[in-house]
Every structure is written in C-alpha cells, then in structure tokens.
Write a protein that binds this ligand. Structure first.
Ligand code: NAP
Length: 340
C-alpha cells in the first residue's frame, strides 16, 4: 500500500459533475485527478488554459499508472473526463463570466470544491479595489457558491461544498475592517491569509443555516502542511514563517500535495459523511474537529455575512440575499468594532 492508501477512493456516478477551483496545480491537482478517476466529470476552474491542459496530460499519465497498478474503485476508461473553465478569482468580472458560462450549460452540479488560494502575498489591490488575498480566497469563491446554490439544491440528494481552509485560521487576529473588505491598516500577509481562512469556516456555518432543509452539505478542511508553491508570492519570507517551516520539516509534518488532497477528497466523496453537514476536518480525518471559537462565534458570522452581501449586492441573486439576510440575527454590534 503506497501513498494511494490514504486517498479515500469510491465509485461515483458517471453523471456527477464536480468543480475544483485551482485544480491545475498543488492540492487541487491531486483532488481533481483522484475524483475524476472515480468516474465524474471534473471541471478545473483556473486562470491558464495551457497550464490546465498540461495538467490534464499529466493526470491522464498518472491515471494509466494507477490502472496498471490495479488501484481499486477507479474507472477503466481510456481517459479521464476533465474540462477546463477560465476563472480568475482576482476579478469579479472573470468570476461572473465563469458563473454565467456554467449556468448556460444547464448542467447539474454535485460537488463544488473551493480550493484555489493565495498565501503570503505582498499587498496587491485588485481591479475591484479589494486586497488580493481577501478577494481570491474568500469573496469571489463566496460569489460562485451563492450562484451555484440553486443548481446544487436540485442536483441530487448528496450534494457537497468543500471549503479548503487552513489551521492557520486559529492564529488569526480577527480584523473586522478586513472582514468588511477594507485594507488592513498595516498589511500583514500572514494575517490576511489566516483571516480569509477563518472567513471560509464562518461561511460554512452561515450558509449551512440557509440550507437546513436541503441536501446540500458544507464542509471545511485543513489539508495539513503541504510542500508546494503556495508561498511563492512572498518575496520576503518572515523569519517566523521560515522557522515554522523548518520545525514542520524536522517533525516530518510537511506532506506531498497528494497526501494533502486526501482530506478534501474525503469531505467531497466519503459516503459516511452524508447528512453530517457543517463539519471541519483536518488531515487526521478520524473525526470532525472544532475550529476556533472565533470561527464559531455566531455574531461574527452574521457580521461577515452582512458585509459580504453589502460588497457583492449588485452581483448576488436577489433570492440569495433575501434568504441569507433572513438568517442574520439583528444583534451584531460588537462584531463591527472589536478585535478578537
Ligand atoms: N499548502 C499548504 O500547506 C496548505 C495548508 C493549509 C491550507 N492550504 C489551502 O489549500 C489550498 C490549495 O493550496 P496549494 O498548497 O495547493 O497551493 P498552490 O499550489 O499555490 O495552488 C493554489 C491554486 O490557487 C490558484 N489561484 C491562485 N490565484 C488565483 C486566481 N486569482 N484565480 C484563480 N485561481 C487562483 C492557483 O492558480 P495558478 O496555478 O494560476 O497560480 C493554484 O491553482 C489553498 O486554499 C490553501 O489555502 C494549503
């Protein structure tokens, strides 16, 4: 049993459609590849068509190797069913083009994996005037989810959204201004990252409240620490971050992207999770874990949801706004003014 043993492989219906944002590299690449091996069509939503096509070639080569090695629960087809869709999360226009493109195809959607992310970026302000990490990791993927919910609600009785968060959310100094879409007073790349990873878990709780009577389930995951190029946007690694990585290396806690994909795949496909929405899984996967107290704070979740709706008001479906606001308790005052 090689590293494949850690990947939970199950046979999935051929008619399933799965979207993986950032599925051209890293954890998303492995996630897209292994899920495609289980049978469904996997749409890799990413920035570069060339990069996606190279990734598809590589995925198909690795698929042949898996078949030759007799891996269980994978399809016997000649090629994986992989599709590219253009998506630049740093642009709300590109995000809406992607959304409209998928809607126009009139397909069902069974699994949405919000995997794409940036970390440790220098301060970059997008064309939409948001800090890059906030828009890529949180805001744009929230917009995608909001538009796909009506499709997912009618796609079947086991439909899932997986938010690829991080244990970094536990080290976050919650910043209400950043949650509202403003720049941090002093740009701190690690705090930008950990705040956005916190928002994804808050989003899981908020949106799950809207979906109580549906078959759509939300999970958030921490894949573990994966040696990949997520850190490449940082030109000046902080000393503390380098030290942290050295410690992880010494403790053999740095994983390959393949091992790192196991938790996302588990949340996306494992039959035993059906009906267990609103769970946060880490790389051990033995049982759901508690995210931080801040992530579970209802008042902060409501505040974030309200701010997100304010920022995306012109782009969100009206019914979504109405349904979301119906779940917001009208008590949020501290959320907007305090640091946690
Ligand atoms: N690596 C870790 O140790 C670790 C730990 C905890 C959580 N995570 C989470 O796991 C997820 C995947 O991380 P990874 O390590 O696989 O990172 P990665 O190798 O850097 O991959 C990140 C993916 O996000 C995409 N992306 C970045 N900016 C984008 C944009 N503007 N529009 C569309 N896609 C964009 C990248 O696309 P391009 O190829 O075009 O750049 C790439 O496909 C992230 O959400 C990360 O926060 C990772």
């Amino acid at each position: 049993m090689g590293p494949r043993a850690s990947i939970p492989l199950v046979s999935l219906p051929r008619e399933y459609v799965v979207i993986v944002t950032g599925g051209d590299t890293g954890i998303g690449y492995e996630t897209a590849k292994f899920i495609a091996m289980m049978g469904p069509t996997v749409i890799v939503a990413c920035r570069s068509k060339e990069k996606a096509e190279r990734a598809f070639e590589q995925m198909n080569e690795e698929f042949q190797q898996e078949k030759e090695q007799g891996t269980q629960n994978i399809i016997s087809d000649d090629r994986l069913r992989l599709e590219f869709a253009k998506l630049d999360l740093a642009s709300l226009k590109s995000t809406m083009d992607f959304v409209e493109g998928f809607k126009a195809s009139s397909r069902k959607l069974h699994v949405l994996i919000c995997n794409a992310g940036v970390m440790m970026s220098d301060e970059i302000i997008t064309e939409d005037k948001y800090e890059l990490t906030y828009q890529v990791n949180y805001l744009s993927q929230f917009l995608i989810m909001a538009h796909f919910l009506p499709i997912m609600k009618t796609s079947g009785n086991d439909v899932r959204i997986v938010l690829v968060s991080s244990a970094a959310h536990k080290h976050c100094h919650y910043d209400p201004n950043y949650a509202a879409g403003e720049r941090m007073k002093k740009h701190d790349p690690l705090q930008c990252y950990s705040n956005t990873k916190l928002y994804q878990i808050m989003q899981m709780y908020s949106i799950d409240r809207m979906l109580e009577k549906t078959h759509v389930e939300l999970y958030s995951v921490h894949p573990g620490y994966v040696s990949k190029d997520l850190y490449r946007r940082n030109r000046h690694f902080g000393k503390r971050f380098n030290c942290f990585r050295c410690c992880l290396k010494c403790l053999c806690m740095i994983k390959t992207p393949r091992k790192g994909s196991a938790t996302s795949i588990y949340a996306a496909v494992s039959p035993e999770l059906k009906g267990l929405s609103r769970a946060y899984f880490t790389h051990s996967r033995d049982a759901a874990e508690f995210p931080s107290n801040t992530a579970r704070d209802r008042e902060l979740q409501d505040y974030l949801l309200q701010c997100t709706i304010d920022n995306l008001r012109d782009l969100l479906p009206q019914e979504f706004i109405q349904e979301a606001l119906n779940t917001v308790k009208r008590t949020s005052t501290k959320a907007g003014s305090s640091n946690h």
